[in-house]
Design a protein around this ligand. Structure first.
Ligand SMILES: Cc1cc2nc3c(=O)[nH]c(=O)nc-3n(C[C@H](O)[C@H](O)[C@H](O)COP(=O)(O)OP(=O)(O)OC[C@H]3O[C@@H](n4cnc5c(N)ncnc54)[C@H](O)[C@@H]3O)c2cc1C
Length: 483
């Protein structure tokens, strides 16, 4: 039974969905937001919140010359002109307004933002903006506007309402069906916006999109591809899954869980800009497969994809563990861990192992001992000769020679998913034939990182378009009696 009419029904009270509701409410539109979790905010609770924009007020204050055009050109340089170019253009055009709006509303920028971030292939200009508390700063800045919309009765939010499907009245998608603790409910609205996030927490759907790639995921737990599945049921289609790139560094914990945590345990293998590798990386056969001090993260990610290497082992010795960086700080292989924590973890033998000899270490991690011993000996000879004939590694300062020896298991991991549902430049969902599904829109990670970032990780090109496109829809969708 239909319960009430709304101008917009937003499915998912996360990054894109909240922005849509906030800006729709500013125009007096009535928005129902259906959220399956018991809280709002979605991936903003976990996201690094790196937002990229060219030509912001903050950049101007700091004397940084930039523009949406330069941002676009930089993206094209990084991703080789891939992705949905109309959406990338729209995203970079809208991005400065988004950052300026946050700025005008008291957003607390990290003192070193905007900056060039080297965890991805870097932009040429400092344009990655973020808050002191990552994406939580973004959520915090949005909250007063959200609460104002709720207080005015323009935003209605229903938590623990898990949307299962959408359906039409006549030719237009107008109904949303969800399950709640009180049974099924159906809501009617003039527009339906799906902003359910990615699919990095749905192993089955991930496997379907990326056969043969084992999923070790740090995606937000609610990113279970619900919107993708709903749109597939309505004869929609997926695109850009072929652009998938893994993020290197995830530590699976517990072992076999398929989960890793970007904040609790991530190996510092993003780029040697942040930490020179005092270690070697080997595959399950005990062979090196990569230039460990490669500066370009994209190159590293592609080496793993090309060689079907979905996990590898970082091998290091006690001297590497104890070494200090130039400022005298500990800088071990796991970000934000210290030596003591690493030693304790090595005793537990979950993903980190320690042994007095390379032979013993190989046995613990199930690598052919002769091969790993040979790889380590070869590497030590390269340090002596200051030359790596195999991979051209330049940082050759430490031999792996001082017991005990350590092995850390690291996975090609997933934070954000590249595949997304096919939409046009107005974010209307398209069916397999390319026709608009009237009344149905999609934004956020549901449209795929591959659409807004192409076949590479371009800094900020997931959360920034999610926020901007949500806002744009809230700014532009017509009220129900004005279509
Ligand atoms: C650890 C981490 C770090 C990241 N860092 C960055 C970064 O620095 N820069 C960047 O650009 N991107 C980053 N990302 C990605 C970015 O944060 C996300 O892509 C973006 O926030 C997703 O926004 P969204 O609106 O699509 O989804 P979300 O914010 O996840 O919102 C989706 C909402 O929909 C709800 N939902 C799902 N299914 C249903 C259903 N059936 N019914 C009702 N509700 C439903 C969910 O519960 C959730 O609240 C990061 C992601 C992670 C996990």
């Amino acid at each position: 039974m239909a319960m009430k009419d709304y101008d917009i029904i937003v499915v998912g009270a996360g990054t894109a969905g909240m922005m849509c509701a906030i800006f729709a409410a500013k125009r007096g539109l009535r928005t129902m937001v259906l959220e399956k979790a018991d809280h709002i905010g979605g991936a903003m609770h976990w996201s690094g919140g790196h937002m990229s924009a060219g030509g912001t007020k903050l950049q101007k204050r700091l004397g940084i010359e930039d523009s949406p055009e330069k941002h676009y050109e930089d993206i094209m340089r990084i991703n080789g002109g891939s992705g949905d170019l109309a959406l990338i253009r729209k995203a970079v055009d809208l991005a400065p307004q988004l950052i300026d709006w946050l700025d005008d509303n008291g957003f607390e920028f990290d003192p070193i933002a905007p900056r060039i971030v080297y965890g991805h292939v870097p932009y040429e200009t400092p344009r990655t903006h973020y808050g002191v508390e990552s994406a939580k700063t973004t959520l915090k800045t949005m909250m007063p506007h959200w609460e104002k919309g709720v207080a005015a009765g323009l935003i209605t939010v229903a938590l623990e309402h898990e949307v299962q499907r959408v359906s039409k009245i006549g030719d237009r998608y107008s109904k949303v069906h969800c399950t709640t603790q009180d049974g099924e409910k159906v809501y009617e609205g003039h527009h339906i916006l799906l902003t359910t996030g990615g699919y990095g927490s749905n192993p089955e759907f991930f496997n379907d999109q990326h056969p043969g790639i084992p999923l070790v995921s740090a995606a937000y737990p609610t990113a279970t591809g619900d919107g993708h599945l709903m749109i597939m049921k309505e004869h929609g289609s997926m695109r850009f899954s072929e652009h998938h790139l893994s993020s290197m560094g995830g530590i699976e914990n517990p072992n076999g869980s398929g989960r890793c945590d970007f904040f609790e345990g991530w190996a510092s293998v993003l780029t040697s800009v942040y930490r020179q590798p005092r270690d070697i990386y080997v595959d399950q056969q005990g062979d090196r497969f990569i230039t460990e001090d490669e500066i370009n993260p994209d190159t590293r990610e592609r080496v793993m994809l090309a060689n079907d290497i979905w996990h590898f082992w970082i091998i290091f010795d006690e001297a590497a563990l104890l070494e200090r960086d130039d400022q005298g700080n500990e800088n071990p292989i796991i970000i934000n861990w210290n030596t003591e924590k690493i030693k304790l973890e090595a005793e537990r033998e979950r993903f980190l192992y320690r042994a007095d000899t390379i032979k013993e270490l190989s046995d613990k991690i199930n690598i052919p001992a002769n091969n790993l011993i040979k790889t380590v000996n070869n590497f030590n000879a390269m340090v002596d000769n200051d030359h790596d004939p195999d991979f051209g590694r330049e940082y050759l300062k430490n031999k792996i020679a001082e017991a005990p020896f350590y092995a850390l298991k690291v996975h090609a991991s997933v934070l954000v998913t590249f595949g997304g549902v096919n939409v046009n430049a107005d974010l209307q969902v398209l069916n397999k034939e390319g026709d608009v599904l009237e009344g149905l829109y999609a934004a956020g990670e549901l449209i795929g990182l591959g659409a807004t970032s192409g076949s590479a990780f371009c800094s900020g090109m997931s959360i920034t378009p999610a926020l901007s496109f949500g806002r744009w829809l809230g700014d532009t969708l017509k009220r129900s009696n004005a279509s």
